[in-house]
Design a protein around this ligand. Structure first.
Ligand code: MAN
Length: 293
């Protein structure tokens, strides 16, 4: 049953990170419990107010300051066929730059920013096009943030950890480009930590969900493909893991997103083997949630 008062948050509910920016959309939050409340770690996508005759978009410069690129919209070297990406003179940029914002709630429906919990921004050259789509896993008393770090170097997975949501430890890029949709399991299996991730292969292969293991959360190996897209179905073009897999009596319940060739995104579910989560025991044929409004 859909909540009748959706959407629960829109760009109007937050102030832009600085006066020169406008929030275009709120996307793909991480969700977690902390301090007795439910929290969203929201991806906030911003760009400057657009002016007639030019396309402008933000980037971080070498000193991590927001700078704005401006391109005449009549330029023959400009390709805007994907609303998310700007292709200009053979290089790709993003139309918006994202940062992460924390909001908390006592009822899981009404969310507000709390003083003292600041926004999280890109921090260096590997995040100069922004940071996106953070998953949050509470593992052995520490919160791990796995998110997409975007720059001219590509789209990669970076990790930070925290216990108080004020001070963070940076693990750097745990997976190189092209990779996103990374989520950690919230407990060890045997001696090992596990993550799901989504590398993309432009030629042979595709956008599939993979699993990797680690002894120290920094070095990840034994990569195996867990699940692929399905031709002719709602998850035919792209799939990727959502929140941390949920342990049940039957195995790990994994909620994932799938998109088809028209970029129509739905949610589905898989059940992974409790002892060997690279094995899929079951997978939903139909979406468990789909766009309806
Ligand atoms: C895709 C979309 C965008 C995102 C870029 C880079 O185009 O998911 O929202 O900004 O990838 O990660």
């Amino acid at each position: 049953m859909r909540y009748a008062n959706n959407p629960i948050l829109t760009p109007r509910d937050l102030a832009p990170s600085q006066e020169s920016m406008k929030i275009e959309c709120l996307l793909n939050p991480g969700v977690f419990r902390f301090d007795g409340k439910t929290w969203l770690l929201i991806r906030v996508a911003e760009r400057p107010e657009q002016r007639e005759g030019e396309i402008s978009f933000p980037l971080l410069d070498d000193a991590n300051r927001i700078t704005v690129m401006r391109v005449p919209s009549s330029s023959p070297e400009l390709d805007l066929s994907d609303p998310r990406v700007i292709s200009y003179k053979g290089s790709d940029y993003l139309t918006t730059m994202s940062h992460l914002r924390l909001m908390s709630s006592t009822d899981g429906v009404r969310f507000a920013e709390e003083p003292g919990y600041g926004p999280i921004f890109g921090s260096d050259a590997y995040e100069s096009y922004g940071i996106e789509d953070c998953r949050v896993t509470l593992l052995e008393g520490t919160y791990y943030l796995t998110y997409t770090a975007v720059s001219a170097n590509g789209v990669a997975v970076r990790m930070r950890s925290t216990t108080d949501w004020k001070r963070f430890t940076d693990y750097g890029l745990v997976l190189p480009p092209h990779n996103k949709d990374c989520t950690l399991f919230d407990e060890r299996i045997g001696d090992l930590y596990y993550m799901l991730h989504r590398p993309s292969s432009p030629e042979i292969g595709g956008n599939y969900i993979w699993i990797a293991e680690s002894r120290d959360l920094r070095h990840w190996g034994n990569h195996r493909c867990v699940a692929r897209t399905r031709k002719g179905m709602w998850d035919s073009a792209r799939i990727g893991a959502g929140c941390a897999p949920i342990r049940t009596g039957e195995g790990w319940l994994m909620i994932y997103h799938g998109a088809d060739g028209d970029n129509r995104y739905c949610l589905g579910a898989m059940l992974l083997d409790a002892a060997d989560p690279s094995k899929v025991l079951a997978r939903s044929d139909r979406p468990i949630m789909e766009p309806a409004a």
